[in-house]
Ligand binder design. Structure first.
Ligand code: ADP
Length: 518
């Protein structure tokens, strides 16, 4: 092949700019690549001073360099370690890399410059430098960050990097920490538990883990922390990066707020309860007032009716006594004196009933158990009853169990007097009334049994209603309050009352009072 042609082709096709400069600094050859590189038309660079390819500020200095090179040419790269600039025809500049060599032809020396566009390389270099700076800056930011940052190996779990804030707070040096894993500073975690916790992060199931726990310092003190954990890479090494915030203060606030709100809540509950209590007390006393008012007006209407018979009987007996002046009329006088006495007793009973009920309604009756000798006690009760019993009518007492009992003397007596007086009142002459008492460890039982008029079935349901009286007692004195009083006494003692009755045959009342002895 023709060597000449080959050289020409190499010159024309080279992917590097080749510029030949003569001893006067004029360009004598410029290959197409160099023309393109500097933005000139074909042949346009020929005989131009080589300095046209340089920025103005370099041109003068370059003439000197060029002359020196001509005298003593050594092949070299130009401007080593310097960022060289070329200037295009349109005045724009670019980074350029130039190597120099020379040749002597026919006694004349030519310099050859090989020029390539260095922009890309320069830019890469620049961005690498920038990247390094950024990474240094990031390292500094991490190191100086006020929050604690821990980086630990994704496999061995050993700490790799622990920033200053963390080291200072924990009280360990980096060397010490490099021997430790996160479990060593988390007293609430066992290793397996911790590995289980971070597993989803490692497997990529979650991007970040956020949890609260406690860290323990070298000196043994602890503090609450919030942990943000991420899985990442340091180069090729898989690592976990933990950002830790000390949440002591927040916890303290939370605690304070909690305490405060608990206190508030407690106060609100207390106040509400107080309000409710006073409201129900008000309502209760209002109800009581209402009931007492009703009771009083019912009593007045009942009394005006019930008082009429004994009062007129007293009046007529007193009238008659006045007329029986003679000695032999003594019997008649006595009969009327007795009638007066009985009428007064009737009036007293009515008044007593009312007073007892008022006392009960206004909450003045108290339950006060004492030891009682049952036989003596019942004897007194029977004595009192004999005053109102009819002729040939006895009260017969049967007792079972211990003779010494514990009960409220007053209330028990009132219960028995009420039931016995009804037994007497609602039975004809000659019919005895039975009183059965039984005392066991659990209870006191009382039965009052009579063989009198009984209670009509239709009226039985309402027997314990205030002022209620059965329709077969219209001609017998009474207030309809006695059973109500007995029932209220029993309520006070936790006891109960019921009865069995058949009209015309008789009635039995049953009472049970739970024993108060422990
Ligand atoms: P009072 O006897 O003053 O009318 P109570 O409250 O003691 O009032 O009794 C209410 C009513 O119960 C009586 O009016 C009467 O109808 C009925 N009753 C109570 N005990 C007996 C009894 N032993 N036999 C028949 N009826 C009775």
């Amino acid at each position: 092949m023709d060597n000449q042609k080959m050289l020409q082709a190499m010159f024309a096709e080279a992917t590097i700019g080749i510029i030949v400069v003569n001893s006067q600094g004029k360009i004598v050859q410029a290959n197409p690549f160099s023309e393109k590189l500097f933005g000139y038309e074909k042949g346009e660079l020929i005989l131009q001073p080589v300095e046209v390819l340089l920025p103005n500020s370099f041109r003068t200095r370059h003439v000197e360099h060029r002359k020196k090179y001509h005298q003593k040419p050594i092949p070299r790269t130009m401007g080593a370690n310097l960022e060289l600039q070329g200037q295009r025809k349109d005045g724009s500049r670019f980074s350029i890399e130039i190597s120099l060599s020379h040749m002597d032809i026919d006694g004349e020396r030519f310099a050859i410059a090989y020029a390539s566009d260095d922009t890309l390389q320069q830019e890469t270099f620049k961005s690498l430098k920038e990247a390094k700076k950024i990474s240094d800056d990031i390292s500094n930011i991490v190191e100086d960050s006020l929050s604690e940052i821990f980086i630990f190996d994704g496999e061995t779990m050993k700490f790799i990097q622990v920033n200053k804030g963390a080291r200072q707070n924990m009280g360990y040096s980096l060397e010490e920490m490099e021997m430790m894993t996160p479990v060593d500073i988390k007293p609430n975690f066992e290793e397996e538990e911790f590995l289980g916790l971070i597993e989803p992060l490692k497997e990529g199931k979650v991007n970040e883990l956020l949890f609260e726990t406690i860290h323990i310092r070298k000196n043994g003190t602890t503090y609450p922390v919030e942990v943000h954990l991420q899985y990442s890479r340091l180069g090729m090494q898989p690592v976990f990066v933990a950002f830790i915030s000390d949440v002591s203060q927040r916890k303290e606030y939370e605690h304070k707020i909690l305490m405060h709100s608990e206190e508030l809540e407690k106060k609100v509950i207390e106040r509400t309860e107080e309000l409710r209590a006073s409201e129900s007390k008000l309502r209760e006393s209002f109800e009581k007032e209402k009931q007492l008012g009703e009771l009083k007006s019912r009593f007045v209407s009942m009394a005006s009716h019930e008082f009429r018979t004994p009062l007129s009987s007293i009046l007529s007996s007193a009238n008659l006594i006045g007329r029986y002046e003679k000695e032999e009329q003594n019997d008649k006088r006595m009969k009327h004196v007795n009638r007066i006495e009985s009428s007064v007793r009737n009036l007293t009973t009515i008044l007593n009933d009312f007073l007892s009920l008022e006392k009960l309604e206004s909450g003045k009756v108290r339950y006060h158990p004492v030891e009682i000798e049952i036989e003596e006690y019942i004897e007194q009760v029977i004595d009192e009853m004999s005053l109102i019993s009819k002729s040939d009518q006895k009260i017969i007492h049967f007792h079972e169990g211990e003779k010494q009992i514990v009960a409220d003397e007053h209330l028990l007596k009132n219960i028995m007097l009420n039931l016995l007086s009804n037994g007497i009142k609602y039975s004809p002459e000659g019919k005895d009334v039975e009183l059965h008492t039984q005392y066991t460890e659990e209870k006191i039982s009382i039965q009052v049994k009579d063989y009198g008029i009984g209670i009509p079935e239709a009226d039985q349901e309402l027997m314990f209603t205030r002022f209620f009286r059965a329709n077969n007692v219209i001609n017998i004195q009474g207030t309809g309050l006695g059973l109500t009083i007995v029932k209220r006494y029993l309520d006070l003692m936790g006891g109960k009352i019921w009865f069995e009755s058949e009209e015309g045959k008789g009635t039995t009342f049953f009472v049970e009072i739970p024993n108060v002895i422990e």
